[in-house]
Write a protein that binds this ligand. Structure first.
Ligand code: S3P
Length: 202
């Protein structure tokens, strides 16, 4: 279990000194690990396992949005539209970033919004981790996840690929750590991540 000094939490509207996106808080000060990456990158599965290993809480941003709206993500897209979903996503993100000792799995599109990126950058004691894989691998994983909720963004594949190309650079830019996960199971990804985040002193 990782112990951390208590830090002053903040609300989403407070301004904080800007830090460079890739700066990694000292391990002992970490309060939030945020997993980013495209659909199928394993954010939810890895996040849950990682939280268990750390003895932290786990929050899936899509689940939080569904809880707040009382609708599933596909229902929000179909009935209220993507812009509404994105507004809910930003509100949910601002809220969950107030929780200490939490692993957060973002939805794949959350970092596209500048406000969300600033929030991630400016929330103290928070590190973003990018779970990377090629588009074909991610698509294959999504198609095999028969138990996963429908993903509205995958309805238009050429547009999904376009979103992937645009987001890749964004994910990389906001992440303190990037892990290439194509050849790793979720358990191996968690091991690699713990190794990177909390290296044992030589
Ligand atoms: C989206 C990804 C989904 C969900 C929504 C939109 C996207 O989350 O937020 O369907 O724009 O990539 P996952 O990445 O967890 O599947």
């Amino acid at each position: 279990m990782i112990t951390a000094e208590p830090t002053a939490e903040r609300t989403a509207t407070q301004t904080m000194p800007r830090r460079t996106p890739t700066r990694m808080p000292r391990p002992a000060q970490l309060q939030r690990l945020v997993l980013t990456g495209f659909m199928g990158s394993g954010k939810t599965t890895v996040g849950r396992l990682l939280a268990e290993r750390l003895g932290w809480a786990f929050t899936d941003l899509d689940t939080e949005i569904e809880r707040r709206c009382g609708l599933t993500v596909p229902q929000i897209f179909a009935q209220l539209g993507e812009p509404h979903f994105r507004r809910q996503e930003s509100a949910a993100l601002a809220s969950v970033l107030g929780h200490p000792r939490t692993v957060i799995a973002l939805g794949g599109g959350a970092p596209e919004d500048l406000g969300n990126r600033l929030l991630l950058e400016q929330t103290p004691a928070t590190a973003v981790v990018y779970l990377a894989a090629p588009f074909v691998t991610l698509l294959d994983r999504c198609q095999k996840q028969t138990d996963a909720t429908e993903r509205p963004v995958l309805a238009d594949l050429p547009q999904a690929q376009q979103r992937f190309e645009t987001r890749q650079r964004i994910y990389q830019r906001i992440a303190a750590h990037t892990l290439e996960t194509s050849s790793m199971s979720p358990e191996q990804t968690v091991e690699a991540l713990l190794h990177q985040l909390f290296p044992k002193p030589a």
